[in-house]
Design a protein around this ligand. Structure first.
Ligand SMILES: Nc1nc2c(ncn2[C@@H]2O[C@H](COP(=O)(O)OP(=O)(O)OP(=O)(O)O)[C@@H](O)[C@H]2O)c(=O)[nH]1
Length: 309
């Protein structure tokens, strides 16, 4: 979830179809508007689904080495592997029982062959519109509107996922909680719009500082941010955060109300855990305590600690 999801993008369709004439015709209908990949067999379809992300699958039912119903069932029951792909069956099996079966297995739509180009385009467009709406909804529920980075809700989900992943893979997980120093005074002195701008700069600075795909940055609360660093020990986490603090200070956002510096600074508390031995509920508490310690020691600094079991 590192990359900002693009809300306007090209959608990817997997066409699972073995008849050359159908492939040619359907490719002609769709390839100008969508990125299209083709699988002529069940085996190839599953290979492509495993190696790339698709938004929509146009799925024939009678394939040389298998059955579209079975592919649909497999994909729907393994969403964590294949993602939230939409499925349109496209088949000459036109009995109501077959259609009902396809939809009950998790298909989103069912088109009878021979395919009419206008109907096919309209139905594909409808599914893509639904996908787009779902993405927008997901964006609204998971991203902070002010800073455009993930919000607390997204952070809580990611934290649980990464904790379990680190436990499975025997890796360290580091959590940093950051808080802008004397931010109340900043708002009081320079006004709320300037405060908002400061929060945006803070988010952008973190995004520039933590660039690994697995790094996860979120707005944790009002003027608090959180950073999750997968497979990163405490020493490295502190070094990276110190560098991030230095680049933030270099931005030199004037703050006459701060008693640390003449510009805006932040403090951070870090906890690094080995989830195989650590207790989840102590993880956030320890990072929070370290933040408190950084504030007490004079602000504009980082404190950190390994989680003890
Ligand atoms: N502009 C702006 N301010 C916010 C936002 N969210 C929270 N704040 C402000 O952040 C300030 C946080 O103040 P405090 O918790 O007292 O902390 P502080 O002044 O930073 O003091 P220390 O953390 O002890 O250095 C409050 O005045 C909040 O109103 C926001 O979205 N925009």
């Amino acid at each position: 979830m590192k990359e900002k999801k693009q809300l306007v993008r090209q959608y990817r369709i997997l066409l699972v179809e073995d008849e050359a004439a159908n492939i040619q015709m359907i490719s002609g209908y769709l390839s100008t508007d969508y990125i299209l990949a083709i699988a002529k067999t069940r085996k190839r379809a599953l290979e492509l689904l495993s190696s790339s992300a698709f938004d929509l699958m146009l799925l024939d039912i009678q394939l040389p080495d298998g059955n579209g119903f079975e592919i649909c069932q497999h994909v729907v029951t393994n969403r964590e592997k294949y993602g939230n792909i939409s499925i349109i069956f496209m088949t000459s099996l036109d009995s109501p029982d077959d259609e009902a079966r396809g939809l009950s297995l998790g298909g989103n739509d069912y088109i009878h062959k021979p395919v009419n180009d206008v109907v096919l385009r309209a139905r594909v467009k409808l599914q893509i519109q639904l996908i787009r709406k779902n993405e927008l909804l997901e964006h609204l529920t998971c991203f902070d509107a002010l800073t455009e980075i993930p919000n607390r809700r997204a952070f809580d989900d990611q934290l649980k996922k990464e904790w379990h992943r680190a436990r499975r893979e025997h890796k360290y997980l580091s959590l940093a909680i950051l808080d802008i120093d004397y931010f109340k005074q900043y708002n009081d002195l320079y006004g709320h719009p300037a405060g908002d701008q400061c929060l945006r700069i803070m988010a952008a600075n973190l995004t520039d500082s933590f660039v690994r795909n697995s790094d996860f940055i979120a707005r944790y609360g009002g003027e608090e941010f959180a950073v999750l660093l997968y497979d990163t020990d405490l020493e490295t986490s502190i070094q990276l955060m110190e560098k991030s603090l230095a680049t933030f200070v270099e931005k030199n956002i004037e703050h006459q109300g701060s008693s640390v510096k003449s510009c805006v600074t932040f403090s951070a508390g870090i906890c690094t855990a080995d989830p195989a031995t650590g207790v989840f509920s102590d993880f956030v508490n320890t990072a929070d305590k370290e933040l408190y310690q950084a504030k007490n020691l004079g602000r504009a600094q980082i404190c950190g600690k390994y989680l003890t079991s």
